[in-house]
Design a protein around this ligand. Structure first.
Ligand SMILES: NC(=O)c1ccc[n+]([C@@H]2O[C@H](COP(=O)([O-])OP(=O)(O)OC[C@H]3O[C@@H](n4cnc5c(N)ncnc54)[C@H](OP(=O)(O)O)[C@@H]3O)[C@@H](O)[C@H]2O)c1
Length: 273
């Protein structure tokens, strides 16, 4: 699907670099099909060394003019400047993919002064290790083919799910911010072990592997988490004692409310833009 497409990453920072690496490693696109921009020319030189054949430039308009797909991967505070740079060179055939949190497809079209096909995507930082969870949403002018093309880009670094655009703030609250919640869980589990006398370095390795192993079990067995939990819960045993304690302290409510708080925050921030 991407074989004949050219792609520009405007704002080639962490996430864009992960996507470029994933696409090239996966053989989905050749380096010479990709353009990368940022303001720092030295960082661009380093990128060109990492991916021989990649086109780099500090000029957003130059990259957007010669590519079929333009991926907006700058921080939200730089978006007005970048869209201003490219508004004269994009055409109705240009597909826009935006990974900026809280900026709607309608506002991107408004800033560009054209009704272009825009697909929004919300990846998360595990993209850097090819284990991202990404949700993509088609804007009002995007067709199925644009959704599919965007899906191919993000599949290069992990899992992709399609959602309607109104759910993008909720996705930010769940998987966008989610890695931070799990890092806290790992820290807390480690402290639990240390509290019982396990050396910190050992407790930390056991905690992180437990989270990784539990996630892998769910993915590979495709079983509901409640079933997997029941399978390790002996009546009157140790796991049940811990579960009763977690329930008493409202573990589920805590996570439900945390996702709610992050979603509300994402919504409030997007209304400011
Ligand atoms: N990190 C996450 O978990 C995550 C998840 C989902 C979505 N996002 C979104 O993804 C976007 C990128 O995140 P990131 O972590 O990759 O940020 P980042 O590493 O800071 O990358 C942004 C890049 O944009 C470049 N830039 C700034 N102004 C520019 C301009 N006018 N023209 C061209 N390039 C410009 C910067 O390089 P120079 O300073 O050299 O210009 C920087 O390398 C953000 O909008 C973020 O909200 C991030």
């Amino acid at each position: 699907m991407l074989t004949n497409k050219t792609i520009a990453f405007l704002g080639a920072g962490n996430i864009a670099r992960a996507l470029i690496g994933g696409l090239i490693r996966g053989g989905n696109v050749r380096p010479d099909q990709i353009w990368a921009t940022r303001r720092n020319p030295y960082a661009l030189e380093e990128l060109a060394r990492m991916f021989p054949g990649l086109h780099t430039t500090t000029a957003n308009a130059k990259a957007a003019k010669v590519t079929d797909i333009v991926v907006l991967s700058v921080k939200p505070q730089s978006i007005t400047e970048v869209l201003e740079d490219i508004r004269q060179v994009v055409t109705p055939q240009t597909q826009i993919v935006s990974i900026l949190a809280g900026i709607t497809s309608a506002s991107i079209c408004k800033m560009l002064g054209q009704n272009l096909p825009v697909v929004r995507a919300m990846p998360n930082t595990p993209a850097l290790v090819d284990a991202a969870a990404t949700a993509i949403a088609a804007g009002t002018h995007a067709q199925q083919e644009h959704w599919d093309v965007a899906g191919e880009i993000f599949k290069a670094v992990g899992l992709v799910e399609k959602v309607p655009e109104y759910l993008m703030d909720a996705v930010t609250g769940l998987s966008g911010s989610g890695p931070a919640y799990i890092y806290m869980v790992i820290e807390a589990l480690t402290d639990g072990g240390v509290n019982q006398g396990i050396p910190r370095s050992v407790a930390s390795k056991l905690a992180v592997q437990t989270v990784y192993g539990a996630a892998k079990m769910m993915i590979e067995t495709e079983k509901h988490p409640a079933i997997l939990r029941d399978e390790v819960t002996t009546p009157g045993g140790t796991t049940m004692a811990a579960i009763a304690d977690l329930e008493r302290n409202g573990l589920r409510t805590m996570f439900i409310n945390a996702v709610g708080a992050a979603t509300e925050r994402a919504h409030a921030l997007s209304k400011k833009k």
